[in-house]
Design a protein around this ligand. Sequence first.
Ligand SMILES: [Zn+2]
Ligand SMILES: [Zn+2]
Length: 286
Amino acid sequence: MSDTLLLGAHMSIAGGVSTAPARGEELGCTAIQIFTKNANRWDAKPLSEEEISSYVEEMSKTSIKSVVAHDSYLINLCSPVDELLEKSRSAFLIEMERCEQLGIPALVTHPGSHVGSGEDVGIKGIAASLDWLHENFHGSTAKVALETTAGQGTNLGYTFEQIASMIEQTKDSDRLVVCLDTCHIFAAGYDIRTEATYNDTIEKFDKVIGLDKLACIHMNDSKFEFGKKKDRHEEIGDGFIGLEGFGFIMNDERLKAVPKVMETPKGDDGKSQDIINLKKLRLLLK
Ligand SMILES: [Zn+2]
Ligand SMILES: [Zn+2]
């Protein structure tokens, strides 16, 4: 196993996906997350051969060792509205294909919102969409990373059991991994502020989902207090989780090989706060 710390942040793709590697390199990232298209729109121009090869070339010039993608916020893999479900599935398939084209191993997604149909129906629907995806996606490497959510509104995936249930109900579950978001789990009622609560949370994750499934950690502090089910990211150490909680993650041998990326406010210039927050995390290393 490599000793490289895999740490970084979500990077903008303004100007095209090939612009992201240099942005990450400038901040000293060894891991980044990107959108492969505009996250607030359904449609996207297919990636051109030039854009793909330029992305690969730009990436090779950097020290970035790990990239994950995040899907569009419009996608709901368990929408009870047929038209939206269909739209979500095909948009998600296209995003998986873009990951495959760019050599990105995992596409992080908020599993879905049941919008009143009920949690069990929603979870079943997510598994059905993942089955659909696996049948229609013929890429060989890219995997779906189900992200733990804060449990806002009717969002599913706010307990480890719900994520485990989605995995269990999906036929080809080897093609699924998980992304743990610190702000989201904290909002959902998993504490990480003390050594005891942190270890309890990680042990629960291991028991219910399995640490072998953990493909990415989103390092976000929380603007809201513990258990409020509110998804509002705060800069590292400035929220209700606090620096100590992030210290446990940074120094946890079990999580050493897992890429850690922030999705925190970047500052007006799009980077100065990232620089500060990444430094705070590095300083926590013992
Ligand atoms: Zn997310
Ligand atoms: Zn996240």
